[in-house]
Ligand binder design. Sequence first.
Ligand SMILES: [Ca+2]
Ligand SMILES: [Ca+2]
Length: 180
Amino acid sequence: MKKILIVWCAAIVFTACTDFDLEDQTIKVIQLPGYVAFANTGGTIAAINRTVAETSTTAQNLRIEVATGSLSDVTVTYSFSGTAVLGTDFTVTTPGGTATATGGTIVIRRNQTPAGTTDFDFVNLGIRAVADGVDDGDKSLTITLVSATNADGKMFAVGRGAPGSTIYLRSASVNFTDVD
Ligand SMILES: [Ca+2]
Ligand SMILES: [Ca+2]
């Protein structure tokens, strides 16, 4: 009697599983590729190119988002290029990340805004000008996203756009105007 009951239960479980198989219901499951990119307010794909005086004390908060979401925190690696030098022309005010002369890393916390509230997954990379008191000319800085991987080992594309086509918002620029 016990065996019959087990078989009967197994049959119910099996039936339940097949009844809700998405492919049997002709629903096609497509895994969307995840990506990490810079983001404008409002989500436009316009290039981010800011200009500030080198005496500006306001950090330029460059938003980096994982628009497709992530099941765990995402570590983003970025590089610096241009004539501006870290520590001389600008500093990085980065939460939970590191920066060197050639670039750094920053972490997008899962389901959190920089303020810690539960919302869209993004972080702000803060770039602040340095008043050097030296006639050193205008300086340029481009931050380019190199790679992004979450704590589960999932890799994300960097920038927006299909592979082989134009990729938007993989980089952002800040120009520092000399005031000396
Ligand atoms: Ca400077
Ligand atoms: Ca200067």
